[in-house]
Design a binder for this molecule. Structure first.
Ligand code: COA
Length: 162
């Protein structure tokens, strides 16, 4: 059961004024042990890559699309406010990020996650990180927990149906 009354959830591009609430939701996901940190300045610098889900204009979920190259983007830092979870908000954000990748002409999206069943429900399939050398060489190599990483790689074509 939702613990808040939920109005229609709308997805929109993030605006600079959303940076702090995005940072707060990502911080929470980090404290829950599910997300890697993103600094406020990094969020501000990448604000054009973020989408937010809103309930009556209040931001209740966030996610970003990070281009790894001309044919590959990462769904990163997906987070929904706890009171809004299990109501389809995360699925809506992923749908919109996949739409965004398609609009940018990017055929494939992936994520590194522990929420594998959630991504499988959005049409992703489990794969291996070695499929994404762009990611491994850009981010994993400098990650402090790279030798103990328990995130699973999941991938989806932007044209596949869920
Ligand atoms: C993971 C997260 C984004 C899901 O958001 P949500 O709005 O609760 O997800 P939805 O309601 O859209 O769920 C869609 C489906 O996935 C399932 N699901 C949701 N979260 C799940 C999880 N953590 N693990 C497994 N399945 C999950 C739901 O039960 C639902 O299944 P159904 O369609 O059979 O009912 C949210 O739990 C969250 O913010 N968690 C903390 C941060 C995090 O783990 N981010 C993902 C790492 S990239």
């Amino acid at each position: 059961m939702p613990s808040v009354a939920i109005n229609p959830i709308l997805i929109r591009r993030a605006a600079p004024a959303d940076a702090q609430v995005i940072a707060d939701l990502v911080d929470l996901g980090e404290r829950e042990g599910q997300l890697l940190p993103r600094s406020l300045s990094a969020i501000r610098a990448s604000i054009g890559d973020w989408l937010v889900a809103t309930d009556n204009e209040r931001v209740v979920g966030v996610g970003s699309l990070v281009e790894m190259g001309p044919t590959l983007s990462e769904v990163r830092s997906l987070a929904v406010a706890p009171a809004y979870r299990q109501n389809g908000v995360g699925a809506k954000i992923v749908d919109a990020l996949v739409d965004e990748a398609r609009a940018r002409g990017i055929p494939t999206v992936f994520a590194l996650t522990r929420a594998v069943p959630f991504f499988e429900k959005q049409g992703f399939v489990v794969t291996v990180k070695a499929d994404f050398p762009e990611k491994v060489w850009r981010d994993c190599i400098v990650c402090p927990v790279r030798d103990a990483c328990d995130e699973v790689a999941v991938v989806r074509s932007v044209n596949s149906k869920t």
